[in-house]
Ligand binder design. Structure first.
Ligand code: MN
Length: 337
């Protein structure tokens, strides 16, 4: 597999170099690796997010030259992180278990090279593979999960199946990949799940910041608290962004739109903060459904969500290396000399 696109023309994320999974030097040198997960067999309502990875990779008015200098942070994330794109995992429609298992193996492989896998969905069923693959490397139960979504995705079953975009968070906690008390959700609203599922979540000590609380207290105080939970006794953080956390008026291209969500500005600032302040070990951006998008609004947003995450990571890496240099006695001595 080398940057193959499952649907449509071959393209990498904004023109970053392609890499094969056996390209160990390129993967080892990369701070982040883009993985496409073009699967929508877990969708419960409007299908089409199998076309999400292609849309997220290519929707931009700037040249696809693999460079994106960040205005506010002063970093150039694609170059500084040596980002590469390994293309799409082959995820045939109709084979949900085979597709999810193949994706899990790819994510684990990428994580083991030391890079942060950034997975472009696809429906949210893929989060099971993404966070499990990362936990297999970092440590089972040692990864905290930050989950932006309109929905909790903690159902026991979906249409009688254990797999689907409504169930991945339950499977992750049941398997022990992620501990319930290190699972933080932001943006929930609407009319789902049912009280039985909410009881199960409370029993696992999950923390959910519903939209009502975000509106009442403000997003930043909620994030401060969420970050403290995520950082406590963990070895890495997985960030899962369902684009339906944003109000469907500003992100219409998604399968299960729920009115009354975050603004794009709030989501972009939030994910940038996550990447700047937390030790990210894996990321996915899911539920972008181009057939229902209008004027590519949702695809543009998802492209920028990925860029904000990468920019925050590049900023964090730069400030860590500056801190290291400042505290290295040999380097201090050399500077004086
Ligand atoms: Mn979701």
């Amino acid at each position: 597999m080398a940057a193959e696109s499952m649907y449509g023309p071959k393209a990498t994320f904004l023109g970053v170099p392609a890499a094969g999974l056996d390209d160990t030097a390129k993967l080892a040198a990369a701070g982040a690796v883009i993985v496409g997960a073009p699967f929508d067999g877990g969708t419960s309502h409007r299908p089409g997010c199998r076309f999400g990875p292609a849309a997220i990779r290519t929707t931009d008015y700037l040249p696809h030259d693999g460079r994106r200098p960040h205005l506010a942070l002063g970093v150039e994330p694609l170059g500084e992180l040596a980002v590469v794109d390994v293309g799409d995992v082959t995820m045939p429609p109709g084979d949900i278990e085979g597709s999810l298992e193949r994706l899990r193996q790819v994510v684990e492989h990428v994580a083991r090279t030391g890079a942060v896998p950034v997975v472009l969905g696809g429906d949210h069923s893929i989060a099971l593979s993404d966070a499990s693959g990362v936990a297999a490397h970092i440590g089972w139960g040692r990864v905290s999960l930050l989950h932006f979504d309109a929905h909790a995705d903690t159902a026991d079953q979906q249409f009688g199946s254990l797999y689907g975009h409504g169930t991945p968070m339950r499977r992750l906690i049941e398997s022990g990949a992620v501990r319930g008390e290190r699972f933080v959700q932001i943006g929930l609203r609407g009319y789902w799940p049912d009280p039985e599922t909410l009881d199960w979540m409370a029993g696992r000590h999950m923390r959910s910041y519903e939209m009502a609380e975000v509106v009442e207290r403000g997003l930043d105080p909620c994030l401060d608290e969420a970050f403290a939970i995520a950082l406590d006794d963990c070895d890495g953080v997985f960030l899962s962004v369902d684009v339906d956390v944003v109000d469907p008026g500003q992100a219409p291209g998604t399968g299960t739109p729920e009115p009354g969500g975050l603004t794009p500005r709030q989501l972009l600032d939030a994910v940038r903060r996550v990447a700047m302040e937390l030790p990210l070990a894996g990321v996915d951006v899911v539920e972008v459904c181009p057939p229902y998008d209008q004027a590519e609004i949702t695809a543009y947003l998802a492209n920028r969500v990925v860029l904000e995450v990468l920019s925050g990571m590049a900023w964090r890496r730069r400030s860590e290396s500056e801190r290291r240099k400042a505290s290295d006695p040999l380097l201090r001595h050399r500077r004086r000399g």
